[in-house]
Design a protein around this ligand. Structure first.
Ligand code: NAD
Length: 508
């Protein structure tokens, strides 16, 4: 580990590593099954290098079975026809199940993803809140009516569940991201085929048990586990699927959208980001410093909302960056099962390689590593030093592309207009933060930055009530908010004629 880097936490596990790996099966039509070819995927903890879970490696035949079950449950089953109040009651019981199994879920999330256990516990509480919020929407889905079309006509606009939805999720917030989709789809009356990431499938499978216990009928939610090409791709192209909701990389999201376009299927995409935190000299320094450090190192920077760009006013750039480095150096990195740890392991070797490649390219292009910059060596597991890069110029890849690691790229600006221009310079548009006590500066920047979420004097807060999603290559559509269940519906117009109808041509 580099001399300028942070303390590395070893040991002090609050929970022991499990004696045996979690061994999951897939859920299809209410039954727990192996893949048709009986192949499996094994997952090692990236922090401990030991096997922690294993699940079936689904292929097209397994996806077919899962989609058929979801189709049958939608076309002939009770779920879409239940009263909203009945669906609400079941979704609330799911939330209670998540609370009951919170410790088990948090531990598996930590073991598979490498994130700190205290953070995983907070995420489980966040998931519960999402299920409770979505449950309420089951009773609030409604359409519209037009009593203004003349004496002989009443127009109704009704909402119907769209049908079978494929939900595909990434590894960075496995249960949380699924909880931004599934309860809303279920509230609307849809049935689903769910695919978690092949690196973090365990908690989604446990959720399957919770769903059945809560009374979600067989076939309404089917879970397939497998890789993107083998299992995710057939979920997108399947002719019996009506809608795809995908969270993951922009590259895969574009491919999924292109496939779905062939059949004109509805697609919702939550993709990457290169989110700026813009710091003006008059801001609350302590609050901004804390948020910059939290924003980029939370979840080891493996976060779509990662505040991976610091845009700091030239007048304070050196002092502010020094203060960021001083704090970043003290961030506790290491053993995710120790509750003191704030930054855990990187998801896999490939991601370590990607981070390393971005760093070596940046330094070759003239950027300076002011903190970190190396994998943490001499320890078990895949850990990366919290890193700060200065001398980053607007055209460098580390200023424009998502790295998905604990790397802060520092850029400077002279005027508010320039800050907004730099903020808008990437192809992404997920989120941004503005730090200033000047209301005019904050609101003007908030209006001009092309991003789905703007935080003013804050960072990365989220609420089920507030829609979340991206502009441009950060995605299509919004999750959360009161319209979240509506996204999983079709709109139908019903025109009701009252009394005798005037003929078109022949006299009556
Ligand atoms: P990824 O795109 O590699 O994988 C996401 C999911 O898609 C996984 O389940 C994967 O198995 C599956 N997949 C891969 N190839 C597929 C294919 N050809 N067809 C169908 N499915 C396929 O992304 P990841 O590495 O798991 O996650 C990191 C990415 O997710 C980052 O870019 C991050 O920004 C993004 N992300 C976005 C949000 C958001 O809400 N905007 C949230 C979290 C993560």
């Amino acid at each position: 580990m580099g001399a300028n880097s942070t303390e590395f936490i070893t040991g002090g596990r609050e929970v022991d590593l499990p004696a045996r790996p979690f061994r999951g099966r897939m859920l299809t039509d209410g039954a727990w099954i192996e893949a048709a070819d009986c192949e499996r995927i094994d997952r090692e903890s990236p922090a401990h290098g030991v096997a922690v879970s294993s699940y079936p490696a689904a292929k097209t035949a397994d996806v077919d079975r899962a989609v058929s079950a979801a189709r049958k449950a939608f076309d002939r089953g009770a779920w879409p026809r239940l009263k909203g109040a009945q669906r609400e009651a079941i979704l609330r019981r799911v939330a209670e199940g998540i609370v009951r199994r919170k410790e088990e879920l948090a531990l598996l999330e930590t073991l598979e993803s490498g994130k700190p256990i205290s953070q995983a516990r907070d995420e489980m509480s966040g998931c519960t809140d999402l299920w409770v919020y979505a449950a309420a929407l089951a009773r609030n889905l409604h359409g519209d009516s037009y009593n203004t079309l003349g004496e002989d006509m009443l127009g109704l606009v009704i909402k119907e569940p769209i049908g079978v939805v494929s939900l595909i999720t990434p590894w960075n917030f496995p249960l949380w991201i699924l909880s931004q989709k599934l309860p809303f789809a279920l509230a609307a009356g849809c049935t689903a085929v769910v695919k978690p990431s092949e690196f973090t499938s365990a908690t989604t499978l446990i959720l399957g048990e919770i769903l059945l216990e809560a009374g979600v009928p067989a076939g309404v939610v089917n879970i397939v586990t497998g890789t993107g090409p083998d299992c995710g791709a057939p979920m997108v192209s399947h002719p019996q699927v009506d809608m795809i909701s995908f969270t993951g990389s922009t590259r895969v999201g574009k491919a999924a959208a292109a496939t779905a376009a062939g059949a004109l299927k509805k697609v919702a995409l939550e993709l990457g980001g290169k989110n700026p935190q813009i710091v003006f000299p008059d801001c609350d320094w302590e609050a901004a410093l804390d948020a910059v450090v939290f924003g980029v190192y939370f979840n080891a920077g493996e976060c779509c909302n990662s505040g991976s760009r610091l845009l700091v006013h030239a007048d304070i750039a050196e002092r502010f960056t020094e203060a960021v480095i001083e704090r970043a150096r003290r961030v506790p990195v290491g053993e995710p099962l120790n509750t003191r740890t704030k930054v855990g392991a990187i998801i896999n070797r490939n991601q370590m390689r990607i981070i390393g490649k971005y760093l070596s390219e940046a330094t070759s292009a003239g950027a300076q590593v002011r903190l970190g910059g190396e994998p943490i060596s001499g320890v078990v597991g895949l850990f990366m030093q919290p890193t700060v890069l200065t001398g980053v110029t607007r055209e460098m890849r580390v200023a424009r592309e998502e790295i998905f690691g604990p790397v802060l790229s520092v850029l400077t600006f002279e005027t508010a207009e320039e800050a907004v221009a730099i903020a808008n310079e990437t192809l992404y548009g997920l989120s941004a933060a503005v730090w200033s006590r000047d209301f005019d500066i904050c609101l003007t920047a908030a209006r001009r930055i092309k991003a789905g979420t703007i935080w003013i004097n804050s960072f990365m807060d989220g609420y089920p009530e507030l829609p979340f999603g991206g502009y441009r290559e950060s995605g299509i559509g919004r999750e959360l908010g009161r319209a979240a269940a509506e996204d999983y519906t079709e709109t139908k117009t019903v025109q009701m004629h009252v009394g005798a109808r005037t003929g078109w041509w022949l006299p009556r």
